[in-house]
Design a protein around this ligand. Sequence first.
Ligand SMILES: NC(=O)c1ccc[n+]([C@@H]2O[C@H](COP(=O)([O-])OP(=O)(O)OC[C@H]3O[C@@H](n4cnc5c(N)ncnc54)[C@H](OP(=O)(O)O)[C@@H]3O)[C@@H](O)[C@H]2O)c1
Length: 291
Amino acid sequence: MDLLVVGGSGLLGREIVTQAGPGAAATYHSSPPDAPDRHRLDLRDRHRLDIRDRAAVAELVDRLQPRLIINAAYRQHDWAITADGAMHVAAAAARTGARLVHVSSDAIFSGNATTYDERSTPDPTTPYGAAKAAAELAIRGLLPDAVIARTSLIIGEGEVAHVRNVRQRVLFTDDIRLPIHVADLAAALLELGRGQHTGIHHVAGADAISRYELARLICRRDGLDETTLHPGLRAETGPPGPLDLRLDCAWTQERLSVRLRGAREFLARPDPAVAPPVPDAASVPRPSHPR
Ligand SMILES: NC(=O)c1ccc[n+]([C@@H]2O[C@H](COP(=O)([O-])OP(=O)(O)OC[C@H]3O[C@@H](n4cnc5c(N)ncnc54)[C@H](OP(=O)(O)O)[C@@H]3O)[C@@H](O)[C@H]2O)c1
């Protein structure tokens, strides 16, 4: 088998499966993929899996023998899933010789520094960030050649719908992230997994923007009334956690042919007069090295 997407029923996992096409299998935990299958997955290629169960993870990976595993499974408030589960996936990959791309998060950082590159030391300030940092450590110990891809706020159509629904709530102007489009992230992860890349990579969007700015962009694109948005300060009202988190993705972007667009670009109102960009077939990605 070519690819196993662990967490294939989630926002990111579904997009990876869709882009990967035939030869991919996916796991789900509580949400079996819809029928009819929009993601071109045969029923036989969907597997119920609880990654907290070390033996079940090992059994599935042994049986499927995937060449590449992309792990996008997590639960924000569950250490056993986010940390132990990630370790179980890495252990299974190490035993079978599969390549592993593990999806990590900017939440491993506090936000106290201006930006963070791939060599920065994790300093998480939330239980979620600590679980993601622990997962990274376990993976690096078990499988030094694994790719650990840290990302920021993932934007898909669900997030856009969310903004439509939260316009009466406060949207923070001091909560800064590098939003990435789910399609760009999925393409980058597949490229990292199918190439010779190893080690930590930062994969986020090109624009640092606040949740409020993000909502304004969505309103403008979709013709919604942006005066109904309510700006506010997260520093004053919470929730606790990093305010301004910026991953420096320059080193990784140099090594990828996928371009990591910023939110101002992927949420721009499409100009009907402009033809869609033609992919640059001549671009050859440079291999990367562990950091
Ligand atoms: N979303 C963001 O803005 C963001 C930002 C930074 C980093 N990330 C990282 O990106 C990755 C993907 O995020 P996402 O937004 O796509 O997540 P998501 O939509 O919440 O999907 C999470 C996936 O994990 C699966 N899962 C949950 N509990 C499980 C368990 N016990 N055993 C096996 N699978 C389980 C879910 O399966 P069921 O749905 O079937 O239960 C689902 O497929 C995660 O690693 C996350 O830390 C996300």
